[in-house]
Design a protein around this ligand. Structure first.
Ligand SMILES: [Zn+2]
Length: 239
């Protein structure tokens, strides 16, 4: 990752990007690249449990809180945040939403896209976000040849780590050392008040992935890492 990296993270709900790709986002922005988060929904129904314990709570109020949290977390990570407000549990992508998402990809012209794993037996929306992102990426970049519509260079396509990776068919084949930005990720996680119970969980995960990363490459300085599954093959200019 370098100063020309344009990273787009597509998150089914307002907070998914923080737990699973916060380190990647901070790594890009700290090195002078640009990062944008698109939250397809605010996770107002399915991932805002703490907020619904308040008497008289409403969907509109929860959405506003989750949007504010998402914006603040993204800002701490150095990214912009766009909420598409498509609704959650269930998240549904109609033609208009697909066109909006495709247009957003064309406009931002990312060279890396991160999103959810293909499957998630515990979540009705994460797989929908994967399918929508895969399709919008294909529509934005065409078949890698000239098309009837404006196309962008095909962005690298990677999946961020789901909550229970083994059950989601997640195969971690790419690790990112997030040691230099881990405190930034921690600060962004602190903002997500509605899901505070995940902070410790994802801090532990970062330590465990760092253990794997150290064994893979021998770099003993890696203390925290994030794992990704790379879908598009890497194209090299040499070894
Ligand atoms: Zn989610």
């Amino acid at each position: 990752m370098n100063s020309s990296t344009q990273l787009l993270v597509i998150s089914a709900h307002a907070a998914d990007f923080v737990w699973r790709a916060g380190g990647a986002i901070a790594t890009v922005t700290k090195s002078g690249g640009t990062a944008k988060v698109i939250a397809l929904s605010y996770g107002e129904r399915g991932e805002s449990g703490e907020l619904w314990k308040e008497a008289g709570q409403t969907e509109e109020k929860v959405k506003a809180i989750r949007r504010a949290e998402g914006e603040e977390a993204a800002s701490i990570l150095g990214a912009s945040f766009e909420g598409m407000d498509l609704g959650d549990y269930p998240l549904e992508i109609d033609r208009a939403a697909m066109e909006r998402l495709t247009a957003a990809i064309r406009e931002f012209e990312p060279n890396v896209i991160l999103t959810h794993a293909k499957e998630d037996p515990f979540n009705p929306d994460h797989g929908v976000a994967y399918a929508a992102t895969e399709r919008a990426r294909q529509l934005a970049s065409g078949a890698g040849v000239a098309s009837a519509f404006k196309t962008i260079r095909p962005p690298a396509f990677l999946l961020f780590e789901p909550h229970q990776p083994e059950l989601c068919g997640f195969y971690p084949n790419t690790f990112l050392d997030i040691t230099p930005v881990f405190e930034i990720k921690r600060a962004a996680m602190d903002v997500m008040g509605a899901q505070g119970y995940l902070r410790e969980y994802y801090s532990q995960r970062a330590s465990q992935r760092a253990n794997h990363a150290r064994r893979i490459c021998g770099d003993k300085e890696i203390k925290f890492a994030e794992a990704f599954q790379r879908i598009t093959p890497a194209v090299l200019k040499g070894f």
